[in-house]
Design a protein around this ligand. Structure first.
Ligand SMILES: Cc1cc2nc3c(=O)[nH]c(=O)nc-3n(C[C@H](O)[C@H](O)[C@H](O)COP(=O)(O)OP(=O)(O)OC[C@H]3O[C@@H](n4cnc5c(N)ncnc54)[C@H](O)[C@@H]3O)c2cc1C
Length: 367
């Protein structure tokens, strides 16, 4: 088959932040792109804590990523609330507060806007269509329909079918439960550590008129308690009416070894772009998505190798990911420590070090 014989230059499995951003930039660069998603409405149902850093905070956190304002154009109607502070809370309730500029999203709206940007650039979408299999350059849908493409991109999240079939490397995925609660909440994001969320995270993220409250754990650290049980206990600490219950899976081991295999590429959660030390995955999926989309377009137009994608990712996000993985290693020690030690470890002396670990910077200031 020549390149001309394929139905598409690139088929993208999944139209979340990763897939829609790949589509936006690949189409903008001249590639003929199709996004396939099993959902009827991309972004719905909500499976997220909905917190992202503001663009100015992102510029500080990811200094090697260029043109942040061009990539992140969240419209006001996709933002529920803004915050300027984050608290890190120990099991005894001790809190360390830090300045942090965050946007709390209406995530379904946010993802719909990304679809609009991709469509505007020329990408096409096929929704309510599950990708069941991939054989060489052919994508096979649940209804048996077959579509061919030069490049196939797995943006299907932690259970992406391309990753599952062609990559052997495993990632640590943690199960997460969350709720939306009506009520009055402080205008500060709180992240909870230690036995509150063994081996994972818990959060209270204030929204307009309520909060997004969630918890993810590793049951091997939870002394026999199930996620549902721990979630019930955690949610009962807050006063308000639960209006929505959701769940999902968060990859927590960082990026895997290889992002591409021949003409297959993985972007977003499917390749482990969530920063393990803080759970941020929306912005990282979009940073990876922009690079992958640009490289796809260059591949179609001037035969640039798809391996450029991982090289450019490493230039832009390599250090951030490295320090995030290192941060979670230190955190891992904490997961296994008694609460008494965790409480003691959170003190004015360690305060800057803890923040550096969470925000993916070298803990002792050395590169
Ligand atoms: C409960 C929870 C809370 C989170 N909170 C935050 C947070 O506060 N801030 C943050 O930055 N990140 C958060 N994350 C992580 C963030 O949601 C992800 O990192 C982000 O969504 C990754 O984007 P993605 O495009 O890779 O995957 P997804 O957003 O998961 O998109 C994958 C898409 O692929 C589609 N798909 C999957 N399989 C197939 C298939 N076989 N065929 C067709 N379509 C398919 C799905 O329908 C979906 O639309 C949270 C995650 C969870 C689970």
């Amino acid at each position: 088959m020549t390149d001309m014989d394929y139905d598409w230059d690139a088929i993208i499995i999944g139209g979340g932040p990763a897939g829609s951003t790949v589509a936006r930039y690949a189409a903008e660069g001249g590639a003929k792109v199709l996004v396939i998603d099993r959902r009827k409405q991309i972004g719905t149902p909500l499976q997220c804590g909905e917190l992202v850093p503001t663009n100015s905070e992102l510029k500080r956190l990811c200094p090697d990523v260029p043109e942040i304002d061009q990539l992140f154009q969240t419209p006001e109607e996709a933002i529920s609330r803004r915050t300027n502070e984050m608290g890190l809370v120990t099991p005894s309730g001790k809190r360390l507060n830090y300045p942090f500029e965050g946007k709390i999203l209406y995530r379904p709206k946010h993802d719909e806007e990304l679809v609009k940007l991709a469509k505007k650039a020329g990408a096409e979408y096929l929704t309510e269509s599950r990708v069941n299999d991939i054989v060489e350059n052919t994508v096979i849908l649940g209804n048996g329909k077959e579509l061919t493409s030069k490049i196939i991109v797995g943006c299907g999240g932690p259970h992406d079918p391309l990753r599952k079939k062609f990559w052997e490397e495993k990632s640590l995925n943690i199960a997460v439960n969350f709720v939306l609660m009506d009520g009055e909440f402080d205008n500060r994001v709180d992240l909870y550590f230690g036995s509150t969320a063994p081996g994972g995270y818990a959060w209270m993220i204030p929204k307009k008129g309520g909060a997004n409250i969630g918890i993810g754990i590793q049951t091997r650290f939870s002394k026999g308690k199930s996620l549902n049980k721990m979630a019930e206990e955690f949610f009962s600490n807050f006063e308000g009416e639960i209006t929505y219950k959701g769940g999902g899976v968060l990859p927590m081991s960082g990026t895997i070894q290889d992002f591409t295999k021949g003409n297959y590429m993985l972007v977003g959660d499917s390749v482990g772009m969530v920063l393990p030390s803080n759970g941020a995955g929306i912005t990282t999926a979009m940073i990876g998505g922009r690079i992958a989309g640009q490289v796809i377009a260059e591949n179609i137009m001037k035969n640039t190798s798809l391996e450029e994608y991982q090289k450019r990712w490493n230039l832009q996000m390599g250090k951030v990911m490295k320090y995030s993985k290192r941060g979670i290693k230190w955190g891992g020690l904490m997961f296994r420590s008694p609460d008494m030690l965790v409480n003691a470890a959170f003190n004015p002396m360690t305060k800057p070090l803890i923040w550096r670990a969470i925000t993916c910077r070298p803990m002792f200031g050395i590169y």
